[in-house]
Design a protein around this ligand. Structure first.
Ligand SMILES: *[C@@H]1O[C@H](CO)[C@@H](O)[C@H](O)[C@H]1NC(C)=O
Ligand SMILES: *[C@@H]1O[C@H](CO)[C@@H](O)[C@H](O)[C@H]1NC(C)=O
Ligand SMILES: *[C@@H]1O[C@H](CO)[C@@H](O)[C@H](O)[C@H]1NC(C)=O
Ligand SMILES: *[C@@H]1O[C@H](CO)[C@@H](O)[C@H](O)[C@H]1NC(C)=O
Ligand SMILES: *[C@@H]1O[C@H](CO)[C@@H](O)[C@H](O)[C@H]1NC(C)=O
Ligand SMILES: *[C@@H]1O[C@H](CO)[C@@H](O)[C@H](O)[C@H]1NC(C)=O
Ligand SMILES: *[C@@H]1O[C@H](CO)[C@@H](O)[C@H](O)[C@H]1NC(C)=O
Ligand SMILES: *[C@@H]1O[C@H](CO)[C@@H](O)[C@H](O)[C@H]1NC(C)=O
Ligand SMILES: *[C@@H]1O[C@H](CO)[C@@H](O)[C@H](O)[C@H]1NC(C)=O
Ligand SMILES: *[C@@H]1O[C@H](CO)[C@@H](O)[C@H](O)[C@H]1NC(C)=O
Ligand SMILES: *[C@@H]1O[C@H](CO)[C@@H](O)[C@H](O)[C@H]1NC(C)=O
Ligand SMILES: *[C@@H]1O[C@H](CO)[C@@H](O)[C@H](O)[C@H]1NC(C)=O
Length: 678
């Protein structure tokens, strides 16, 4: 070999004109990859000289030095390093610590130093590699999220990161450095499968990890179904609240700050809505992982119409003004009320009133209240009216001690209600011991009525409201009968006595008197003849007829009625006869004929006597009734009988033994017996 080199050198010397120099060259690649634990040789060969000195450096450090062909080896790590005869260096059971850059130098005295450089890459088998993250899950919007791998043994020569199978490039969104993959400002789209491929010449490892990106809640969708702007009480609705998020947000609901139980999957079901449930519903969505919270408000409007309809009325204020009222309370919202005919722009809610001073022009005009509620537009109206002509009504009652109270009612129809002024003989009557005026002024009570005194007089009532006034006079009359009649029933067994009284007559009852044979009854069939009138029946003030049974059809009967006012009895009615008139026999005709001259004489005497008697006792026992026609004050064409039938209940029995009690006044005892109507 030495000879061969020398030969080549000599040959080169002659052909090229050069001397033979020391040269060195690697026998294989200068970049050597080795698996830890194996033997690896950094091979060199040399030429030009024989037996040069070899020095191997790891970096700057001399690790071996020997002379080629000498076999002697000096340096460190003798166990690991083995010098080869050609100057190559062998690593036995090479470990990772021998990874590095090696330089070999050869020298010989008189020759220039030559060198070659090797890179030795020592790799281990990649073992127990794992892919880890710095936190459990990525969170959208945070600064970064980092994945990193680690290995128990073995390093990768090449690392590739994949996201959902596609290679990840180092750019602004991703930074790859060392064993880390950093996702800058992770987005929800970064959720997915991450893979890292670790490769070295002797092994490879593939690691996967599924990454979740937490986000939300966001993009909330609040829904009310059915979709309506306004609900009506009694209806039902669903509220739902949905938002995207990872994990799906939990939903809770609040109404006016109070938590309400959701009816499942974050919805609220409200049935039979009440107006109190109107308001702002707040849906609170929470990401249970990130605690991110989102609130949304939903306004639910529930209307309810006020119950019933609006009520219009009018009342007098200070006697001269008219206050129009429109009332429609309740509901949600409250109804808007206005009187467009009275004021164009004024209005109120639920309960509205307006006061008008110019009242006269409104008489008979329909005043409309417009009532506007979102669920119903309606109206009511009132027609103000001045009092119209009316008929006073007289009621008489008698207390247990036979004191008589007369009540005059002056109820004029008027809107608003009229106030009544009472005047007697030009004097305004006031409440006192004698007179009492009811709270609403429509009734005048005359206590201790004395039918023989000046209580019988003309009473004037004037009904006044802001629109006008009307006046009625009532002249009270003593007890009297204006007309009477009797008639037999078809079977001639009963007699009906009927009578009328003037409308303003003060009456508390009637005595029915009869003259003739006694009435028969099953227990007392025998009849005595009664030659004087005697009372057979007491009738209440309201009675206008009575039926008498048990009469003898063959006999003659006379009937009369005595009207009474308390203890005062009025003039008896005319006598009415039933049965044959008193018969005249032939003998009596003769007697009459003979007696005529005597009778004429007797008559003259009698007339004189009566004249004197009348003069002697001029004052009548009973008040003299005034003519009915004079006292009728009715301005209406209403017939009294109609009034009576229309307004009165059937009268109760009149009992003398238990006279009627009059209730405490002014309130009229409902048991008061009515007497007379005008
Ligand atoms: C490495 O070298 C040693 C001694 O030189 C030898 O005993 C061993 O078998 C070699 N190992 C391999 C894997 O060649
Ligand atoms: C190789 O070296 C390692 C330590 O680097 C040692 O544990 C092992 O026993 C060695 N193997 C042999 C065959 O010498
Ligand atoms: C091994 O050495 C090479 C240079 O020779 C270097 O680039 C590489 O980083 C080294 N590896 C280790 C694990 O030190
Ligand atoms: C490395 O992985 C092997 C199986 O792959 C397992 O048996 C061993 O326990 C792991 N070692 C460590 C330290 O995790
Ligand atoms: C990984 O190693 C296996 C053998 O363990 C080999 O079949 C496969 O081709 C290697 N893959 C890569 C990408 O090097
Ligand atoms: C990761 O996600 C894929 C589908 O994207 C699934 O097949 C796989 O089982 C998941 N792995 C883990 C550890 O969850
Ligand atoms: C929701 O309404 C409440 C009051 O009811 C208010 O305090 C809150 O700020 C509202 N929230 C939103 C998001 O409008
Ligand atoms: C409006 O209210 C009035 C009075 O309550 C009622 O009669 C009418 O039916 C209502 N109209 C509607 C449309 O509800
Ligand atoms: C006046 O009051 C009495 C009861 O005191 C009543 O019967 C009458 O109807 C009232 N009149 C009016 C017009 O309200
Ligand atoms: C009724 O009035 C008259 C005359 O005014 C009087 O004489 C009589 O005593 C009075 N009767 C009663 C019961 O007061
Ligand atoms: C009644 O009305 C007339 C006008 O119609 C008026 O002159 C008179 O003063 C009124 N009377 C009262 C008591 O108000
Ligand atoms: C008798 O008076 C009553 C009411 O008190 C009346 O209903 C009835 O018709 C009258 N009978 C006669 C025959 O007038």
């Amino acid at each position: 070999m030495q000879t061969l080199f020398s030969l080549i050198c000599v040959l080169l010397f002659f052909t090229a004109g050069n001397v033979c120099y020391l040269s060195i060259s690697p026998t294989g690649p200068v970049s050597v990859e080795a698996l830890a634990g194996t033997n690896v040789t950094l091979g060199v060969s040399h030429a030009g000289v024989s037996r040069p000195e070899v020095m191997w450096f790891m970096g700057d450090r001399l690790i071996a030095r020997w002379t080629v062909g000498d076999g002697s080896l000096s340096g460190v790590a003798l166990d690991v390093l083995k010098s080869e005869q050609d100057g190559s260096l062998t690593f036995r059971n090479v470990s990772l610590s021998y990874n590095g850059t090696y330089t070999v130098e050869m020298t010989q005295i008189g020759e220039a130093k030559v060198s070659a450089t090797f890179d030795l890459f020592v790799y281990d088998i990649i073992k127990n590699a794992s892919l880890l993250t710095d936190s459990d899950d990525a969170v959208e919007g945070e600064a970064k999220f980092t994945l990193f791998y680690s290995t128990m043994r073995g390093e990768a020569k090449e690392v590739r990161w994949l996201f959902n199978g596609l290679q990840v490039k180092n750019a602004s969104h991703y930074s790859i450095a060392g064993k880390k993959l950093t996702i800058n400002q992770p987005r929800r789209s970064d959720a997915g499968r991450y893979t890292v491929l670790l490769t070295n010449p002797f092994s490879n490892e593939t690691l996967h990890r599924n990454i979740t990106v937490l986000y939300g809640p966001d993009k909330p969708v609040l829904k009310v179904s059915p979709t309506k702007a306004v609900f009506v009480s009694g209806e039902s609705l669903f509220l739902s609240c949905q938002a995207e998020g990872e994990p799906a947000p939990s939903t809770s609901w609040f109404f006016n700050g109070e938590s309400i139980a959701p009816s499942g999957s974050g919805t609220v079901h409200l049935t039979n809505l009440k107006t109190s449930q109107s308001g702002v519903y707040t849906c609170v969505m929470v990401n249970t992982r990130t605690q991110a919270t989102l609130q949304r408000n939903l306004t639910v409007i529930i209307y309810e119409a006020p119950s019933g309809g609006p009520a219009c009325s009018v009342q007098a204020v200070n006697g001269a003004l008219l206050q129009f009222l429109c009332l429609w309370p309740g509901g949600a919202p409250e109804a808007q009320l206005s009187f467009p005919g009275l004021s164009h722009n004024a209005s109120g809610y639920g309960n509205y009133s307006i006061t008008i001073s110019d009242t006269q022009r409104l008489h008979g005009q329909e005043i409309i209240c417009k009532a506007e509620h979102p669920l119903n537009q309606t109206q009511c109206s009132v027609i103000p009216r001045a009092p119209v002509g009316f008929l006073p009504v007289i009621l008489t009652s008698m207390s247990e001690d036979e004191r008589t109270t007369v009540v005059i009612h002056c109820s004029a129809e008027a809107t608003p209600e009229a106030l009544v002024r009472w005047i007697k003989n030009g004097d305004r009557l006031q409440t006192g011991s004698k007179y009492q005026i009811s709270a609403n002024t429509t009734q005048l009570f005359i206590h201790d009525f004395n039918a023989t005194s000046s209580d019988l007089d003309t009473y004037t009532c004037t009904a006044i409201n802001p629109l006008g006034n009307t006046t009625a006079d009532t002249t009270l009359l003593g007890p009297q009968i204006s007309n009477s009649s009797v008639f037999l029933s078809d079977d001639q067994a009963e007699v009906t006595v009927a009578w009328h009284v003037p409308l303003t007559s003060v009456i508390t009852g009637f005595d029915i008197q009869m003259k003739g044979p006694e009435l028969s009854s099953p227990s007392q069939p025998k009849r005595n003849i009664m030659t004087d009138f005697h009372t057979i029946r007491l009738m209440p003030a309201s009675a206008r007829n009575t039926t008498v049974s048990g009469i003898d059809p063959e006999s003659t009967y006379y009937f009369r009625i005595i009207p009474k006012a308390g203890r005062t009895a009025g003039e008896p009615s005319e006598q009415r006869r039933i049965g044959p008139a008193a018969g005249l026999s032939g003998a009596s005709i003769a007697a009459v004929a003979a007696g005529i001259p005597c009778a004429v004489l007797l008559l003259l005497v009698l007339l004189g006597f009566i004249y004197c008697g009348t003069r002697a006792d001029r004052s009548p026992r009973y008040p003299v009734s005034r003519a009915v026609e004079k006292v009728v004050v009715c301005r209406s064409t209403l017939k009294p009988q109609n009034l009576l039938r229309g307004r009165l209940k059937p009268p109760p029995e009149y009992r003398l033994q238990q006279p009627e009690r009059s209730g405490p006044l002014p309130s009229v005892n409902p048991c008061v017996r009515m007497a007379t109507r005008v």
